[in-house]
Every structure is written in structure tokens, then in C-alpha cells.
Design a protein. Structure first.
Ligand SMILES: C[S@@+](CC[C@H](N)C(=O)[O-])C[C@H]1O[C@@H](n2cnc3c(N)ncnc32)[C@H](O)[C@@H]1O
Length: 282
């Protein structure tokens, strides 16, 4: 019965049109979500659309884990190697200068597995990686059947102080994470509060990353160096981080060319919390 009905052109035509429409829509959605053609949606606000952007971030790491890092296979191996020595040159300087044998390092916005490394000559490292997507990352790690040398805790930078408490770490570190946040200055203030007096914060971000990424996904903030100051900016909003921390912390900021392509610069910033000054923030 159904056969002759489907052979009837009056029935087949709308089905054909519907199918074509569905194919076009599917292709459009695929293009919309494709990372290859750069057609991710540009966002104009760090809050609006964040839920969707967080799902996109999870998708990125799902692919990364499923492909064992893909074209970043060496970095994948480094992150999962419990014997990996700290590679970040600025972090190595801070570790070498630390008077402590055991140095506690907080990695803010670590991703599913930290990029800090686990060893350093003459020191032991107590690493605490945190990320707001830690629970989702745990599920991805289980699905990929891999175990990170140190498990990531769930915490977003804007609430670090409430969640972790003040004066706890020797070094707070963030790489390419604060540009993904809602309020980078609030996170930096929290990082200053959770390190001990005399402790250090190290920020390493690709220069003006949100511009480079056309404000898609979680990329909403740019870090740059203006007149020696660290600034976080997005259209219509600029925060002078160095000025905001004046009297509480010294900020040393420099540009470093990237190793891989020579075209991408890093903004590297070492923030030294004064040893003898109480914090102004609550
Ligand atoms: C590009 S990944 C960087 C991961 C790692 N630091 C690295 O260099 O490979 C950005 C990370 O920042 C995290 N992130 C986003 N918003 C954040 C926030 N408000 N506080 C802390 N981390 C955040 C994301 O969940 C994501 O894991």
C-alpha cells in the first residue's frame, strides 16, 4: 500500500523538498560549527552565549583526547608524563628562585590535564590544577581511558578565593585561560590573594588572542602590554592590571615570540605579591 503512495509525484515532491531542506540545514549547522572554515559564531559579550561556548570548549578537548593530541601529540605526551620536567622558562625561573624545597603551584584553567609539568631539579612540586570544566573533563578522560598525573579540581577563577582560601600557594599560574573567562581582573585579584605574601603569579597568554580568534567560542579578552603595563581589553573595555594592583603587587610584563611559528607573541607577566602588605581586597 505504502509503495504506490510513495510513487505518486504529488507525495514525492514535498518529501523531496523536505529532504533537500533538511540536507541544506544540516550542512549549514555543520558549517556553523566547523573549526576548519573559521565560521564559529563571534560573541559580543563574555556572559551571553557562554554556556554554549563552554560546550564548544568541551568538544575541543574531546577531539584532542580522542586523537591523542592530534598535531599536538608531543604536548599530549608531555602533559600525561608524570616525569615531565617544567618547561615554561618563566616558571622555571620562579621555581629556581623559590627558597622552598616543596613549591606549591596552582594552575588556573588547566584544561583536562595540566601543562605545568611535574618535576624540577632540586624541588618537589605540589601541583593543584583547577578548571570550571573539571567534571566534564573527568568524563572525557574516562571515555578516552587515560588518567592525568594530577586530577583537575573544579573551580572557576572568579571564585578561587572562596573555594581555596587565601595565602596558600607559592605560585599561581595561568596559561591561555584568563582570556576565556568572564572577569580576568577578578581572577588575577584572586590569584594574588591565594598566593602567600611574597608569592608570585605567572600569566602566559597569546597576545591579543580574542582578536586573533575573532571573539569566537570562549575567547573574549585580549592581553597586551601598553607602556610596560599589563592590560586586559575587549571592545569598549580596557583594564590596566598593573595599575589595579599598585601598592599590593609588582607587575613585570614582557613580550615573548612563540617557538612554533614565530608569528604569535606571548604576553608573559610575573606578578609579585608584596610580602609586607595586607591585601586591600576582602
Ligand atoms: C585554551 S584552554 C587552556 C588550558 C591550559 N591552560 C593550556 O594552556 O593548555 C582554556 C581553559 O580555561 C578554562 N576557563 C574558562 N573560563 C575560566 C574561568 N573563568 N576560570 C578559570 N578557567 C577558565 C577553560 O575551561 C579551559 O579549560
Amino acid at each position: 500500500m505504502i509503495g504506490p503512495v510513495l510513487e505518486n509525484e504529488r507525495v514525492r515532491k514535498p518529501i523531496r523538498v523536505l529532504r533537500q531542506w533538511m540536507d541544506r540545514t544540516r550542512a549549514r549547522v555543520r558549517r556553523w560549527h566547523s573549526r576548519e572554515d573559521g565560521s564559529w559564531r563571534t560573541r559580543t559579550d563574555p556572559v551571553r552565549g557562554r554556556k554554549h561556548a563552554l560546550r564548544e570548549e568541551v568538544g575541543y578537548w574531546r577531539d584532542w583526547l580522542a586523537n591523542a593530541g592530534g598535531k599536538w601529540a608531543a604536548e599530549y605526551a608531555y602533559r600525561f608524563d608524570p616525569a615531565a620536567e617544567v618547561a615554561d622558562p618563566a616558571l622555571r625561573e620562579l621555581l629556581a628562585a623559590s627558597p622552598r624545597d616543596e613549591v606549591s603551584v596552582l594552575d588556573v584553567g588547566s584544561g583536562p590535564v595540566s601543562t605545568v609539568g611535574y618535576r624540577f631539579p632540586g624541588k618537589s612540586i605540589a601541583l593543584v590544577p583547577v578548571d570550571p570544566l573539571a567534571d566534564e573533563y573527568d568524563r572525557l578522560l574516562a571515555r578516552a581511558a587515560v588518567v592525568p598525573p594530577v586530577r583537575v579540581l573544579r573551580a572557576d577563577g572568579e571564585h578561587l578565593l572562596e573555594q581555596l582560601g587565601r595565602d596558600r600557594f607559592d605560585i599561581a599560574y595561568a596559561r591561555n585561560a584568563l582570556d576565556h573567562a568572564v572577569d580576568p581582573l577578578a581572577i588575577i585579584e584572586n590569584m594574588v590573594a591565594v598566593v602567600r605574601p611574597g608569592g608570585n603569579i605567572l600569566l602566559r597568554h597569546v597576545r591579543n588572542e580574542a582578536v586573533r580568534q575573532a571573539y569566537v567560542q570562549l575567547h573574549q579578552w585580549n592581553f597586551d602590554r601598553h607602556d610596560g603595563h599589563l592590560v586586559a581589553w575587549r571592545p569598549g573595555e580596557t583594564t590596566d592590571v598593573t595599575a589595579a594592583l599598585a601598592g599590593r603587587a609588582d607587575v613585570r610584563c614582557y613580550l615573548e615570540p612563540a617557538e612554533e611559528d614565530g608569528a604569535t607573541e606571548w604576553v608573559v607577566c610575573v606578578i609579585h605579591r608584596h610580602a609586607d602588605q595586607p591585601l586591600a581586597t576582602s
